[in-house]
Design a protein around this ligand. Structure first.
Ligand code: ADP
Ligand code: MG
Length: 199
């Protein structure tokens, strides 16, 4: 079973990973964006780590809802509201249970990913974070490790795609040949999840 502490550790592990990878995320956002994805997420997840330490929410749902709200209020770019919605809606779907099992979590995360697709209007193949998140959710029924591999493969598979959503879509065909920064950070989020689960 997964408790509030598990979800807190997931968010903290994500914050650590974002610190390590911020430069790479910003570098990926340079040719097909405005070179701020790493610093956007760094600001956001630092704030998440701080608020979770201060407020100590007691349920999985409350941890993710608070983390999501914090991302929305601290990240200016497109990714803030999108990641914020992902975590908030996943948290809301978990309700106020003290512990959730992996299947319940997988279902909740699917609700969160659906909400991101609704908010941003992106479909699979549009070269966005959805290309890492959706395969991860599909694989989560199997294991956390399978979700991690699926997200990483999904992120890498964005390279030959032409962007149809977000800033990169303004480049048209010139967006081809670059890995999407948001899909890359989504793979980090899911890798942190697997790491937290000990996989
Ligand atoms: P901004 O584009 O405002 O500078 P970021 O650089 O932080 O924001 O985030 C860019 C990432 O956000 C993209 O790489 C992409 O994965 C994701 N993104 C942008 N627009 C959308 C959208 N409509 N739906 C899903 N993801 C999106
Ligand atoms: Mg950007």
């Amino acid at each position: 079973m997964l408790d509030a502490d598990f979800f807190r550790r997931w968010m903290t592990a994500t914050a650590v990973s974002v610190e390590h990878e911020a430069e790479r995320l910003t570098a990926l956002d340079s040719p097909i964006g405005d070179a701020d994805h790493g610093s956007n997420l760094q600001r956001g997840f630092r704030a998440v780590a701080t608020v979770l330490e201060k407020d100590e929410p007691g349920t999985p749902g409350a941890v993710l809802t608070l983390a999501g709200r914090q991302l929305i209020s601290t990240v200016g770019g497109a990714s803030g509201p999108l990641y914020g919605t992902l975590l908030r809606r996943t948290g809301k779907a978990l309700g106020d249970a003290a512990e959730v099992d992996e299947q319940e979590f997988a279902q909740a995360l699917r609700t969160g990913v659906d909400a991101v697709m609704q908010l941003g209007g992106a479909a699979p193949g549009d070269k966005t974070m959805i290309d890492a998140l959706l395969p991860a959710v599909d694989a989560l029924g199997q294991s956390f490790a399978a979700a991690r591999s699926a997200a990483e493969e999904g992120a890498q598979a964005t390279t030959p795609l032409q962007a149809r959503k977000g800033r990169a879509s303004y480049l048209g065909e010139r967006s081809i040949g670059h890995q999407d920064p948001g899909a890359t950070s989504s793979a980090l989020l899911i890798a942190a999840l697997a790491e937290t689960a000990g996989e």
